[in-house]
Design a protein around this ligand. Structure first.
Ligand SMILES: O=C(O)c1cccc(C(=O)CC[C@H]2O[C@@H](n3cnc4c(=O)[nH]cnc43)[C@H](O)[C@@H]2O)c1
Length: 248
């Protein structure tokens, strides 16, 4: 490891599965895999900065655990969430397009009551209070980084959109459920981790950006229509372009 890089705060890149990081980890110079009992990460240099890359596993429990543990260990300056996701009806996105989050939502955290859906604000239960601000289901992301990611995608000629993302525990396997969530929260992309990473970053006051390639539409479950390889490629190519811009 070059001395000048070992002192620099790294950028933490989090994904659910290794395929969502393969292009990035394959591009790392001086790559090391320091032992960690729970969250093994690939550490190395890319375009003049240090990256810590971890495939933490699917779902919010893995995402929150890895984010907190790796922030404590590496003290990153920024966090990048990378992966694939489903495009909601009305988002205008298709398979192989790119989505950038302007905010994240815990979209199925609350109570399905006889009178209808009650979210965390209805229950009076903030997930976190940071600098006096209560965060219920909606978690902010870094606006400037999101804008920069969208500009990078535009320059690459990739079809991309920015908007709110929905993180769910129960994926929407029907068009009706997708329409319900899109109507309720005006979301463009469904995933299973983003809000958890965003919440932990908010608690640590670390800027966070989320980029997902669209692997599928949120519709009646049809696995034959999915393209995960195209989605992970488009997300990582956009990430590489953003990382090049962020290089010191
Ligand atoms: O088999 C299914 O019906 C099914 C439905 C949703 C997701 C999966 C996955 O295996 C992917 C999980 C993985 O990818 C992200 N992802 C991609 N598309 C979606 C989606 O439409 N809804 C929620 N998550 C999605 C997610 O972040 C996971 O990491 C299978």
């Amino acid at each position: 490891m070059h001395g000048e890089f070992s002192d620099m705060p790294p950028l933490l890149v989090l994904a659910a599965v290794p395929a969502e990081l393969a292009l990035l980890t394959g591009s790392l110079a001086d790559r090391q895999e320091p032992l960690h009992p729970a969250w093994p990460a690939a550490v190395g240099r890319l375009g003049g900065q240090r990256l810590v890359c971890c495939a933490a596993g699917p779902g919010t429990a893995n995402a929150a655990g890895a984010t907190a543990a790796l922030i404590e260990r590496y003290r990153p300056s920024r966090v990048l969430i990378l992966g694939c996701g489903g495009a909601f009806p009305g988002s205008g996105l298709g398979v192989g397009d790119l989505a950038v989050a302007t905010e994240e939502l815990f979209a199925d955290l609350g109570v399905m009551a006889p009178e209808g859906w009650l979210d965390m604000a209805d229950l009076g239960l903030p997930l976190a209070t940071v600098a006096g601000e209560r965060h219920y289901n909606r978690i902010p992301l870094d606006a400037a980084l999101a804008e920069q990611a969208l500009c990078c995608a535009g320059r690459q000629g990739v079809r991309a959109a920015g908007g709110s993302f929905a993180t769910v525990a129960a994926c929407s396997g029907t068009t009706a459920r997708g329409e319900e969530l899109a109507r309720r929260y005006d979301v463009i992309c469904e995933n299973m981790e983003g809000a958890a990473v965003a919440l932990v970053c908010r608690r640590y006051a670390i800027p966070c950006v989320e980029i997902r390639g669209i692997s599928n539409l949120v519709e009646d479950r049809t696995r034959a229509n999915w393209d995960i390889p195209a989605a992970v490629q488009v997300a990582q190519r956009a990430a590489l372009s953003l990382l090049a811009e962020l290089a010191p």
